[in-house]
Design a protein around this ligand. Structure first.
Ligand code: NAD
Ligand code: GLY
Length: 358
């Protein structure tokens, strides 16, 4: 059964399966009229043949399909790449009945979604995420955008896709580091929002480390179900619900910035989650036994499990004060209040420093 993101006329399904890239043709054909499909991918993903499989399936369904490829990596989430893509779409005669299909990780989903949101005042797009991070998080929920030179995700829009097609087989070719990044986000959902998922991750750590495809399908489906529910309740992040997806993120963003963005996001989130758990213990929101249970799961999955000791605490806290979520000098954190439960809590910079690094 697909997971549905319920958003009235913008509702869509997330289909999770294995070896199902050839379903892209029938899925796209169901959104007719479709004048053509433009598949956006990166050169790395293209080398594994995923974009070609999606293009062939769409062509088999009778829809003209072409592939556009950009360099792999965060640097492609730029205004220069978006500009090149807008120009190419125009030169290729792309009209408003065309669909842009993103085949790749979060960079391709965010960039492609942004180009689709803006070209011709908005065309439709369809997500085929191929990293674990994109499958459990970025392909769902309609946040699309590009980076400014010193500000990640600063220019963007909310633009929901027509649908999401997930093939967990694609995860077998991910590097170990990229796989761990996605696991960091999956663990985040378990710790902060869903006790059942947390327990499933605990019980299946060996299979997760071996990338067991059946277990991965279950984890991806569960993460999508959790995110779809929250996005359905708070699409534009205005009611305080969607912000709960940011557990561990206030710490993580400062660690990423301090590393000059060499520390990968999902690994920073795993460290950030442990900091949030430590802060929650000090504030009396959870007991230390639960924090230790989180730590144990991180260790079993080879995720960062400790508070990063080599981080300059004053610098980290100063960076957090520049976070978008700072209000009147107080920092806003999403902190655990039990297994699979969390809430937003305001904290002074001094309390954070003393609780986490004191
Ligand atoms: P990415 O897209 O750069 O992919 C990571 C690397 O994996 C790339 O080199 C890519 O070529 C490669 N890759 C992709 N699929 C592969 C596969 N199946 N096999 C082998 N290699 C593969 O990065 P990411 O981690 O997927 O996404 C990070 C981006 O997502 C960031 O820009 C972040 O801001 C964004 N993001 C967005 C949201 C959102 O809600 N929109 C949420 C979280 C993160
Ligand atoms: N990744 C957080 C969100 O989509 O809101």
């Amino acid at each position: 059964m697909p997971v549905t993101v319920s958003l009235a006329s913008r509702s869509y399904d997330i289909a999770v399966g294995s070896g199902n890239l050839n379903n892209a043709g029938s899925l796209l054909a169901s959104f007719k009229p479709v004048s053509r499909a433009v598949i956006l991918t990166d050169v790395n993903v293209q080398s594994f043949g995923y974009a070609q499989s999606v293009a062939a399936a769409i062509a088999d369904a009778g829809i003209d399909a072409s592939i556009l490829s950009v360099p792999a990596g965060e640097q492609s989430k730029s205004i220069e790449t978006a500009d090149t893509l807008w120009q190419t779409l125009l030169e290729d005669g792309t009209d408003r009945k065309a669909v842009l299909v993103t085949v790749g990780g979060g960079v391709i989903g965010d960039l492609g979604g942004f180009v689709a949101a803006t070209y011709a005042r908005g065309i439709r797009f369809f997500q085929v995420p191929t990293t674990l991070l994109a499958q459990v998080d970025s392909s769902v929920g309609g946040k699309v955008g590009i980076d400014l030179p010193n500000a990640k995700n600063m220019v963007g829009a909310f633009h929901q896709p027509l649908g999401v097609l997930i093939d967990t087989e694609t995860l077998q070719t991910l590097s170990n580091e990229q796989y761990l990044c996605g696991l960091g986000e999956a663990v985040k959902y378990g710790e902060s929002l869903d006790a059942g998922l947390f327990e499933y991750l605990e019980e299946n750590s060996g299979k997760i480390n071996r990338r067991d495809n059946e277990v991965l399908q279950k984890i991806v489906s569960e993460c999508c179900r959790i995110k779809a529910q929250i996005v359905s309740e708070d699409e534009y992040e205005t009611t305080g619900r969607r912000i709960l997806l940011n557990y561990g993120h206030t710490f993580a963003h400062s660690f990423e910035t301090m590393s000059g963005f060499t520390l990968l996001h999902g690994l920073a989130v795993a460290s950030g989650a442990m900091c949030a758990a430590q802060l929650a213990v000090k504030l009396g929101l959870i007991d230390d036994a639960l924090r230790q249970r989180f730590e144990q799961l991180h260790k079993s999955l080879h995720l960062p499990a400790e508070i990063p000791v080599n981080i300059n605490a004053d610098e980290a806290v100063a960076l957090m004060q520049h976070d978008k979520k700072t209000e009147f000098g107080e920092l806003n954190f999403v902190l655990p209040t039990g297994l699979g439960q969390c809430k937003t809590v305001k904290c002074t910079p001094q309390t954070v420093r003393d609780s986490v690094w004191g």
